[in-house]
Design a protein around this ligand. Structure first.
Ligand code: ZN
Length: 188
């Protein structure tokens, strides 16, 4: 497939959608992401869930946000609407904002497409200006092309979401595309 894409869904977990660190706006991106996941599976595009799985002593917990997405708790599970297909999808746990930071994400991306490796990361999920942004930064440093799912990322407020998108575009050259536009590129 041209672009050798992968879909990375960031922190679409109970605690961020309906739980302790709920973003009210998060519900708006669920249906578009379901469409994206469906099309990705149908077209053989790998899907990776980049999930917070915190230990209570993590810096995010102790210094900033308090308890959320603690490893093994219901709050750290992917929302039921986007349940991973464990026969096909990948789950890569993380302990801070970036999906790459001290995780196995980069080696996995290099192995996909029969060892040719991924070229394009399509990022959806939460939050535009935090975990999506930090994951995009690390993807940029490693030379991946970045597509942000316009209708599939969000944040606590419209303002920080918008600022997040602008930053991603201006700093990492991210392409901001709708689910509909992205799905078209999956079809060979
Ligand atoms: Zn966290």
């Amino acid at each position: 497939m041209t672009g050798r894409p992968v879909v990375i869904l960031v922190d679409m977990l109970n605690d961020f959608v309906t739980g302790k660190l709920q973003a009210k706006r998060a519900k708006n991106i669920v249906a578009p992401l379901q469409q994206l996941v469906f099309a990705a599976r149908k077209n053989g595009v790998p899907i990776i869930f980049s999930n917070d799985a915190h230990y209570p002593q993590d810096c995010e917990i102790t210094q900033k946000w308090g308890q959320h997405a603690i490893k093994g708790t219901p709050g750290a599970k992917v929302i039921s609407e986007l349940t991973p297909d464990l026969t096909k999808d990948y789950i890569v746990e993380k302990r801070t904002y970036s999906g790459f930071y001290e995780t196995g994400l980069d080696p996995l991306l290099r192995d996909l497409y029969r060892g040719e490796g991924v070229k394009t990361v399509i990022l959806g999920g939460l939050h535009t200006h935090m975990c999506v942004r930090h994951t995009a930064a690390d993807a940029f440093f490693r030379g991946y092309h970045i597509i942000i799912v316009k209708d599939g990322v969000d944040a606590f407020t419209a303002q920080v979401h918008k600022q997040g998108l602008e930053y991603l575009e201006n700093v990492y050259g991210a392409k901001i595309s709708t689910v509909e536009e992205i799905i078209k590129t999956f079809k060979r």
